[in-house]
Design a protein around this ligand. Structure first.
Ligand code: AHM
Ligand code: MG
Length: 323
């Protein structure tokens, strides 16, 4: 454990003070959400949206509560112009956009099917900037992200952040609530023998993904030099955190039975932020055909196939998509 708190880390940086305010507000939102998740059973927040309590009042789910906390806390940031949330269909404009203002993209509570069974969930976020006064375009590709990160609500709460160089992991100290730098300069191990995919969807995958997974399962009996292990937590944040810690590859690929067949995960607030983190940590992120951050978005809630993690495995998958 080091003494570097998130606040000290940010104030020692050369970042714009308004971006520091925003990152601190995001971290505060995550602290509040961590408490709501932990106390969900006491506060009656584990139910599904649309349920009513015994007084006939509409119950809020943690998805909605988490979104409300992000909105409430981050709206204080003086240069935040707009919010793009998984939970809100339209873009929420907070002010008339001026050049240099910030745009916040977030999934307030990712993996929320895990809530009722008390497994890990998380929040994901990214920040971009307004280019010109009055410009309301929020659909920029992921190379425009200036900051990205996630909070993992697991056995401990972690806040993993990049402001465009290193990927730094902070752990929330129980008691003080401080985020402290415990995992500096996180890097994805280059080689791995672990993959993460929802294997029940095998029949809906494209041939290159089936081939890759078949080969992993065959291990040293096929073309791979070693046996492979599989994990699936149904929480992207937990999967990415595991990959940053001990390597691996995560796939939510193109899926012929999932909405527009583009996969399940959303580009702007799930795939792009994780792609930035994984690339800066030495890994790679692709749809199989295109680097995720090169995709020019068509809508705030667009879905894309996602393949990310250890570079050598992602490159192998990309090569299978070319044959
Ligand atoms: P959500 O944003 O509705 O929570 O969905 C995203 C989650 C990811 O965290 C996870 O990788 C995936 O959905 C799990 O999907 P599946 O239900 O197919 O296991
Ligand atoms: Mg999500």
């Amino acid at each position: 454990m080091t003494d570097t708190t998130l606040r000290r880390y940010l104030t020692q940086s050369v970042l714009d003070p308004n971006l520091i305010f925003l990152i601190e507000d995001i971290a505060s939102s995550c602290r509040v959400i961590a408490n709501s998740v932990r106390n969900g059973a006491f506060e009656g927040n584990l139910g599904a949206a649309g349920a009513t309590n015994v007084q006939g009042e509409a119950q809020k789910t943690l998805d909605i509560l988490a979104n409300d906390e992000f909105e409430r806390i981050c709206s204080n940031s003086p240069r935040l112009a707009a919010l793009v949330s998984e939970e809100v269909e339209e873009v929420t404009w907070l002010k008339e956009p001026e050049a240099g203002d910030y745009l916040l993209y977030f999934d307030p509570l990712d993996g929320s099917s895990n809530l009722d069974v008390n497994l890990s969930v998380g929040s994901i976020f990214a920040v971009m900037q307004v280019e010109e006064d009055g410009d309301r375009n929020v659909l920029r590709n992921g190379r425009n992200q200036i900051c990205a990160g996630y909070a993992l609500y697991g056995p401990s709460t972690m806040f993993v952040l990049t402001v465009g160089d290193k990927v730094e992991g902070f752990t929330c100290q129980h008691g003080t609530g401080d985020f402290r730098l415990t995992h500096p300069d996180m890097m994805v191990p280059a080689e791995t023998s672990e993959f993460a995919i929802n294997a029940s969807r095998y029949k809906y995958w494209d041939e290159p993904v089936r081939r890759y997974i078949d080969e992993c399962i065959a291990g040293e009996d096929g073309v791979r030099a070693r046996p492979f292990n599989m994990r699936w937590t149904a929480s992207m944040v937990a999967e990415i955190h595991r990959i940053l810690t001990r390597g691996g590859v995560f796939l939510y690929p193109a899926d012929s039975n999932n909405r527009d067949a583009g996969g399940k995960l959303r580009l702007m607030y799930e795939a792009n932020p994780m792609a930035m983190i994984i690339e800066l940590a030495g890994g790679a992120a692709s749809t199989g055909l295109t680097p995720i951050m090169d995709i020019d978005p068509t809508g705030p809630h667009q879905r894309v196939p996602v393949i990310l993690g250890s570079r050598s495995e992602v490159e192998r998958l990309v090569s299978y998509h070319k044959t």
